[in-house]
Write a protein of this length. Structure first.
Length: 602
């Protein structure tokens, strides 16, 4: 009997086993359907509650769903019920495009990916992030987060966070207290002007940092900011205000480095040393004119170099770049090496320049006792340097412009001390040939031109705009030759300045006298509109029946009774009022110091 029961039980189990997965699937479907909020639509492991004008998260979200879509609604911070926090199955939540102004609380406790872009989040608290222990990816782009709005150490509460996106916010510095396990950090399009040295001190596992479009300068980045990031593979500092690359870049695994759209005008020869794993370097849209030879020597794994839209100067300093470009392996792609100046080379590809086109300093030697080198600086300046193998008390440098008939122009000269090793000749004629001689002198300023004099010829470039042309040389080895007419020019300048000063002083004196006289007149002889007719100052003579009418700014003699005035000359002379008086009525009638004296001259 027992044997039969066992056989029957075995057959029943064999019969029912294939139906078990079907029953479980139906149970799960019915269970999920029964826990899908009526405002939403549910499909397998997804809940679609997006774009439904919701002001809060719907109630009744059951277990079994992994992804919750709540984007493009009107949900605010008060719209997160406590029961949502206890839903254990939800791992991804989309909440972008809502009306949040703080980091929300009561999120599903096991959420791993959270999208909060395009809200108005301004503050982030430690308590809110402490509820999401398993959060690995956080999107906070396009919010209003500022540095003061982030509670110190808030992000460190998200102990599992590996990817943090803070693009397009209002941050002025890198938040302090990032999670230790962070791998990717995006801070582009903020207002970051300062990166403290301790900003990345504890996040040594970072692999990617984007700081594009900020306000960073050379002084704003602490010297050892990136030094400890030994796992960093990509660093982007595009669209800032750097003038040279930051020092102490991590070279262990760095693969991609971006410096485009800065103000970089130099790259120190050791700035990129040690970046042996670097494959992509972008220094386009900067202010570079030349590069120091050997600056790329340490980049043994470089695969792409972009240098377009710089101010490349195709003179002798670019000659090594031409040779370097022609020797590159096919695996290295270089883009953008194109001449910007001088004008005759503008637009030419640097790789295609020949040695004949590039003008370099020329060296002339005489029996190895005196070596002279000159460099054409621009269309009017030549820099002459020399080196002697014997002690020299002084040097005499002469130069003269050669005419087409091979005759020399007026010879100009300059004597410099024996400790000098060069001189800059300025105010030269463009596109002209100059014969330059360097002559060693003894203690008595004697020399022997046939023995130790070294002469050479140099041709200045055509007249072009040159920003360095107006710069004056400095230092003991760079002197300028004065023109013969400079004393007359100086005297003329001094004389003109003296005349200008005298004219200004005379103008000030006249203005002062005019102002004082006008002030005295208007103060002592003021006439107001509200005075009566009999307040006029009157004066007359026995031979004259006219009246002297005084106003504030003028006076006139008006004839009375149309009487015929006697012929003759009249002299009108003011007599000042008595002490303390300001008008005619302030003085006794017997005092004739209060009227105008009118004298008729026959």
């Amino acid at each position: 009997m027992e044997t039969q029961w066992r056989l029957w039980n075995k057959d029943w189990v064999s019969f029912i086993r294939p139906w078990i997965p079907i029953f479980l699937g139906l149970h799960l479907r019915f269970s999920q359907a029964s826990h899908c909020p009526e405002e939403c639509r549910c499909d397998r492991t997804f809940i679609y509650c997006n774009e439904r004008s919701l002001t809060s998260v719907p109630l009744g979200i059951g277990e079994g769903f992994k992804t919750l879509y709540l984007h493009n609604n009107q949900i605010n911070n008060a719209g997160f019920p406590l029961e949502l926090h206890h839903v254990a199955s939800v791992e991804t939540v989309y909440l972008y495009g809502n009306q949040l102004d703080e980091f929300p609380i009561n999120l599903p406790k096991n959420v791993r990916v959270l999208h909060l872009q395009e809200n108005n989040i301004q503050t982030i608290s430690r308590a809110a992030l402490a509820q999401v222990h398993w959060l690995e990816e956080l999107h906070l782009d396009d919010n209003s987060i500022s540095t003061v709005g982030v509670e110190e150490g808030a992000f460190r509460e998200a102990v599992s966070l590996k990817m943090l996106f803070l693009t397009k916010n209002h941050l002025s510095s890198v938040p302090i207290g990032l999670p230790d396990d962070l791998r990717e950090l995006r801070l582009d399009e903020n207002r970051i002007a300062v990166i403290a040295e301790e900003a990345f001190r504890n996040v040594t596992r970072l692999e990617r940092i984007l700081l594009d479009g900020n306000l960073l300068t050379d002084e704003g980045i602490a010297p050892k900011t990136f030094q400890d990031l030994v796992t960093l593979k990509e660093l982007s500092l595009a669209r800032n205000s750097l003038t040279y690359p930051p020092p102490f870049l991590p070279g262990e695994v760095l693969v991609k480095l971006n410096f485009q759209e800065n103000q970089i005008n130099q790259i120190p020869v050791r700035a990129l040393a040690g970046l042996h794993k670097l494959q992509r370097l972008d220094i386009s849209n900067n202010q570079l004119q030349s590069l120091t030879q050997g600056v790329f020597d340490g980049l043994i794994n470089l695969r792409q170099l972009t240098v377009r839209n710089n101010l490349w100067l195709c003179d002798c300093s670019i000659k090594w770049v031409v040779s370097w470009l022609k020797s590159l392996p096919a695996s290295l792609n270089v883009r953008g090496f194109m001449c910007h100046k001088p004008e005759k080379f503008r637009g030419m590809v640097i790789r295609e320049l020949s040695a004949e086109l590039i003008q370099c300093p020329q060296i002339t030697e005489t029996r190895e006792v005196l070596r002279v080198t000159f460099a054409i600086l621009n269309d009017s300046d030549i820099h002459v340097t020399w080196a002697a193998v014997f002690p020299v008390t002084a040097y005499k440098v002469t130069w003269a412009r050669m005419s087409p008939s091979l005759t020399g122009d007026t010879v100009r000269e300059r004597i410099v001390g024996g400790d000098h090793r060069g001189i800059r000749l300025t105010n030269l004629e463009p596109k002209s040939t100059y014969r330059i001689c360097v002559i060693p002198l003894d203690a008595f300023n004697n020399y022997w031109p046939k023995d130790d004099t070294v002469c050479t010829e140099a041709v200045t470039t055509p007249a072009l705009f040159n920003p360095d042309k107006n710069k004056r040389p400095s230092g003991p080895e760079q002197t300028t030759q004065q023109e013969p007419s400079s004393p007359f020019l100086l005297a003329g300048l001094i004389g003109g300045a003296v005349i200008v000063v005298l004219v200004v002083l005379l103008s000030m004196f006249c203005w002062h006298v005019h102002k004082k006289s006008h002030s005295n007149f208007t103060t002592k002889w003021k006439y107001n509109r509200d005075r009566r007719k009999d307040d006029y100052c009157e004066a007359g003579t026995k031979k004259d029946n006219s009246i002297l009418e005084m106003t504030e700014m003028s006076f006139q003699i008006v004839s009375l009774n149309n009487a015929q005035l006697l012929k003759g000359d009249f002299c009108i002379q003011p007599i000042y009022t008595c002490n303390g008086g300001v008008g005619f009525r302030d003085c006794p009638l017997g005092n004739n110091n209060d009227i105008f004296s009118i004298t008729m001259l026959d």
